[in-house]
Design a protein around this ligand. Sequence first.
Ligand SMILES: Cc1cc2nc3c(=O)[nH]c(=O)nc-3n(C[C@H](O)[C@H](O)[C@H](O)COP(=O)(O)OP(=O)(O)OC[C@H]3O[C@@H](n4cnc5c(N)ncnc54)[C@H](O)[C@@H]3O)c2cc1C
Length: 289
Amino acid sequence: MNALAVSAPVDMAELRATLAAEAGPVHFVAGGTDMLIAGRPLPESGLLVDLARVAGMAFISTDGRDVRIGGATTVAALAADCRLRVRIPALCEAAAQCGSVQIRNRATIGGNIANAAPAADLMPVLVAVGTRLVLLKHDGTQYEAALCEYLPNSGHLITEVILPESGLLPRSAFVKLGSRQDMTISRLNLALLAEFQSNHFGVVRVAAGALGPVSSRLLRAEVALAGRKLGAATLRDFIAALVDEVDMAIPGRNSQLYKRRAVAGMGFDLIAQAMGLSPRDRLFEEAAQ
Ligand SMILES: Cc1cc2nc3c(=O)[nH]c(=O)nc-3n(C[C@H](O)[C@H](O)[C@H](O)COP(=O)(O)OP(=O)(O)OC[C@H]3O[C@@H](n4cnc5c(N)ncnc54)[C@H](O)[C@@H]3O)c2cc1C
């Protein structure tokens, strides 16, 4: 058996040439925070391509209509980018709540997507916004696909993550529930994006992680808010819809009981964050009665 070889290309041209020249299996490593952890076997043969130094794979571009993010952009860079926070605060919030400082400095958006963990924190936001990916095949062909069409084991490299203008709704929020306050893997996470004018919601997108194998939209929760006035009755319907979504996603599971209770508090936190309200606002007290 051939040993595993390692390559660390410095730019996109060298990366493409490296991929084209390799006849055997190719594996990618970016931050290594999922791939290089204890207990996970490394590939035994083929070529391991280190993405961490590829110039042109780590960038955040917010000036165009769409927001474009390089596949090897670190989670720390997402959390700290002020222009990104203006366009989509929920993504910065999700990034800020991923792991520790050390993890965020290494972890990348491409790795978060490709690792395909049900609890991955960037995913609910990316799903809610209708993300598209630019993917590179080994033969050098590049193509664009919706996030939901991406197959994590395809071996195709995520070079760019596109957040389309149509999905970048003006209000957004992200909340997560873990077994502790900091440095915790999500037991449940939620993202909300919404239009909001004259105290009324317009289009609303809600997505959750850790309720199934992949993050997904919560359509009932979206319908409960869309087009309605922000008030106690609307919030009650929203919370009831979130509880229904939990019941339908994980019926009979041990976690169902606590998640259906937790999702109510998380729903209020989500609205408070998106609307810039205090979680202690009277509105939430009224809605909880
Ligand atoms: C202590 C600890 C705490 C953590 N906390 C959190 C947390 O709170 N929230 C959270 O969401 N995650 C958390 N994680 C998981 C991890 O940090 C994230 O999933 C991270 O985004 C993975 O990125 P990476 O660059 O390190 O991926 P890597 O480990 O380098 O790669 C992971 C997988 O993705 C593939 N891959 C990487 N980049 C690409 C690409 N551009 N194109 C195609 N395939 C690619 C690799 O081949 C590999 O299969 C934690 C991990 C640890 C060890």
